[in-house]
Design a protein around this ligand. Structure first.
Ligand code: HEM
Length: 407
């Protein structure tokens, strides 16, 4: 298959259901492949890692959006993210990331363990009730999507009783990260963003009057002390980013991790008791089924990488999920093998935009999976697990199970 045909197929429903053969079709032409004028696709581990660290390749900020999607300002769901660190380049990026990065270090995140354990326990109680008498429970809906929203809401200082409301709005907004193809989905994302932004304005006003020890209070304090450090739009944009960036991604990690161990009871048994295994298991889930399949960078100047000439203005599509299955880096790359050590998948990106929430996501999964399998040793699939019809952020839509618990 020609690289352009494979690349285009990734945008189809069939391609989204199983993109891996299409990555291999592109890899057959090289590790950094020109697919059409001005567009290159990186599928090699080394190539993806280097591109993410090269300052000559930058993320799509407003200027890049102007070129590819001149209408973007009409969409609040897109606009909010362009005010966040994820869509900013130096020096703005470093200034924004510096306002929150100390909250997300592994040491700081480790202090959240009791909150995560308590949240998981509460959710499992609910799953237990719902599954009584052999009823099927959707683990995505009742567990995996609720956990990250509850945890990040506690960190940010959001109202606890609005967790499912945040989750549903964040789900609608997430489609904005998957390109601009679907006008209806984008309109829904814009409406959700407007609703959330209005809520955030109220929250900011409340925190201003009565700061608590949470991230939003601290960001409001920073903005009020010096708006050049963090503007109002940046404050809202980064609140939005923190709510959404760790939501579906972490839910998909937990969901895929649960599915693989339900299908392989040997893994479930080790997850119950073996912390070292659990760490490697979570890394292998991240490698084989990364929640973020792809990101992009734009060349700010003419450059040559790995012998390929990339002109200024070109887009380089960085397929993290393909890099994670590069046979030069991982023997038998398609095989799920939790015994791999220091696997270092590309799943959290690399360079200055390396995922701020990596330690948090890992901790949530390392706590949630053992607790799930300890609580429900008899858990079993109660139907077919289905994937969402999306490419960029990919994961399970439903995971129906019976818990095996007594009525
Ligand atoms: C950035 C993946 C969880 C917050 C990123 C990037 C990736 C990623 C690949 C880099 C994107 C790029 O370079 O274009 C994931 C995965 C997660 C996860 C797979 C779960 C398994 C979280 C969590 C949070 C979070 C829990 C926080 C609550 C962020 C932020 C950025 C980011 C703020 C932007 C960092 C920057 O631009 O400097 N994430 N993420 N993520 N992630 Fe995560």
């Amino acid at each position: 298959m020609e690289p352009l045909a494979a690349f285009r197929a990734l945008g189809t429903e069939e391609g989204r259901q199983d993109p891996y053969p299409l990555y291999e079709a592109i890899r057959a032409h090289g590790d950094l492949v020109p697919v059409k004028p001005g567009t290159f696709v990186a599928v090699g581990y080394r190539e993806c890692a280097r591109i993410l660290r090269d300052p000559r390749l930058q993320v799509q900020d407003g200027t890049a959006f102007d070129r590819i999607y001149p209408d973007w300002r009409a969409h609040s769901s897109v606009r909010a993210f362009t005010d966040s660190m994820l869509y900013s380049n130096p020096p703005v990026h470093g200034r924004q990331r510096g306002t929150v990065n100390t909250e997300f270090t592994p040491q700081q995140v480790a202090r959240l363990r009791p909150v995560i354990v308590e949240t998981v326990a509460g959710l499992l109680d609910r799953v237990d009730d719902l599954g009584a008498g052999g009823s099927a429970v959707d683990l995505m809906d009742e567990f995996a999507t609720r956990l990250p929203i509850a945890v990040v809401s506690a960190m940010l200082g959001f109202d606890e009783d609005r967790v499912t409301w945040f989750r549903d709005l964040a789900t609608a907004i997430a489609v904005a990260t998957d390109g601009f193809g679907d006008a209806d989905a984008l309109a829904t994302a814009d409406a959700a963003m407007d609703e959330l932004a209005e809520h955030f304005e109220g929250l900011i006003a409340r925190k201003r009057g009565c700061p608590a020890g949470d991230i939003v209070s601290s960001l409001v304090g920073l903005h009020d002390a010096d708006s050049a450090r963090l503007s109002h739009q940046e404050l809202i944009g980064n609140m939005m980013l923190l709510l959404t960036a760790g939501f579906e991604t972490t839910a998909f990690l937990t969901g895929d991790g649960a599915l693989m161990a339900i299908a392989n009871p040997g893994y479930a048994a080790r997850l119950r008791t073996d912390d070292a295994f659990t760490e490697r298991y979570v890394e292998e889930v991240l490698r084989v089924e990364p929640p973020v399949h792809v990101t992009s960078r734009w060349a700010t100047e003419d450059l040559v990488m790995f012998g390929t000439r990339i002109p200024a203005g070109a887009r380089v599509v960085v397929v993290l999920a393909a890099g994670n299955r590069d046979p030069r880096r991982y023997p038998d790359p398609g095989r799920f093998d939790p015994s791999r050590v220091r696997s270092q998948p590309l799943s959290f990106g690399g360079g200055i935009h390396f995922c701020l929430g990596a330690a948090l996501a890992r901790l949530e999964a390392r706590i949630a999976l053992p607790m799930l399998f300890r609580r429900f040793p008899g858990i079993a699939l109660a139907g077919t697990a289905t994937y969402r019809d999306r490419w960029v952020i990919r994961g399970l839509r439903t995971l129906p199970v019976t818990t095996g618990a007594e009525a």
